[in-house]
Design a protein around this ligand. Sequence first.
Ligand code: R7I
Ligand code: MG
Ligand code: MG
Ligand code: MG
Length: 315
Amino acid sequence: ETSLWRTRVRGSLLLAACADALGSAFEGRRGLSPEQVAAAVDRPQSPLRWTDDTAQMLVLAAHLAEHGGLVASDALAAAFADEWSAEPWRGYGPGAAQLLSQIATGVPWRVAGRSLFDGAGSLGNGAAMRVAPVGLITGWGLDAVASAAVASALVTHVHPEGIDGAVAQALAVALAARTPRRQRPSAEELIGAIASRTATAAFTAELEAIPALLDGPAGAISDRFRCDATALGAVPAAITVFLRYPDDPAAAVKEAIGLGGDTDTIAAMAAAMCGAHCGDSAVPASWAAQLEQPERVRAAADRLATLESRRYLGE
Ligand code: R7I
Ligand code: MG
Ligand code: MG
Ligand code: MG
C-alpha cells in the first residue's frame, strides 16, 4: 500500500517537473499548432530544465516532509526566498521576484505580500503552481488539504484569487491521487469538492464552465479561460485538460501547451494531476531520460510518500 502511494507521489512530482520544462519553451506564445508542440514534446532532444514552478514545488515538498505539515510561517517564507536567492534565473514572475527579494532581505512576509499590486496582493498562479505536494499526504482529508493549501499560499499570495488557485490545485491533485487507477475521475465530484472550499465567486464561475469544455475542441478552452499567469486564468484550464486526459499525461501536456500563454505552469499543473492518478509508470521514457535532476525529484517524492498523516500544530 505504501509503495502504491509512492508511485503516485513520484508520478505527480516527476510529471509536473517534465511538463514545466517542456512548457517553458513556449511560455507566452499563442496560436501554436499541434504539430509544432508534438515535435518538441514527443521526443525531446535536449535536457528538460525546469523553472520556478518546480523549484518552488520542491521547496514545499521538503518543508512538508520536514515538519509533518505546514502553517504560514517565517520558516516557509524564508525557504521560498532562499530558493529564489540561490537560482533567481529560473523564470520567476515579476511580482514574485520583488516579493522574494524583500523577504530575503528581512522584510516580514505579512508586509511584503501586501505590498504587491497596490496593496491587493498577488493574484498570480504562483501559489497554485507549487502546491501539488499538499495534495499528496496520505491520510489527509480534503479539509486538511484545503487549509494547508491556504497556509502555503499566504506567505506570498494574499489576494483571495491567488489563494483559491492553490486550494483548487491541491484538491484536484488530492482527488486524482485518491481515485482508483481504473476509475475515471468524476468532474462533478472534483468541481463540487473545490467549489465548496474556495472563497471567491469568481473562481466558482470558472469552475462551473468546465463541464461544457470536457468534449469538443481544445480551442474552446482557450476561448473561455485566459490561460495566463493569474490563478483564475490558469488553474481552471489545467483542471479541464486533466479531466479530458486523466490517463494520458503526454496528451494532457500537449493540449495544455497548445492553449498558449502560461504554458509551463498550465502543463505542469495538469501533469501533476495525471501523475497523481496514474503513478510514475506513466512518465514517458523519452521525458524521464532528459529530465534535470530526476533523483532529486524522486527523493523529494519518497520523503513525502512516507510521511505519516500528522497534523502540524502551531507555529
Ligand atoms: O504568482 P507568481 O509567482 O507567478 C507565477 C508565474 C508562473 O507562470 C511561473 O511559471 C512564472 O513565470 O510566473 O508571480 P506574480 O508576479 O506575483 O504573478 C504573476 C503575474 O500575474 C504578474 O506578473 C501579473 O501579470 C499577474 N498579476 C496581477 N495582475 C494584476 N493585478 C498578479 N497579481 C496581479 C494583480 O493584483
Ligand atoms: Mg515557470
Ligand atoms: Mg503570484
Ligand atoms: Mg509559468
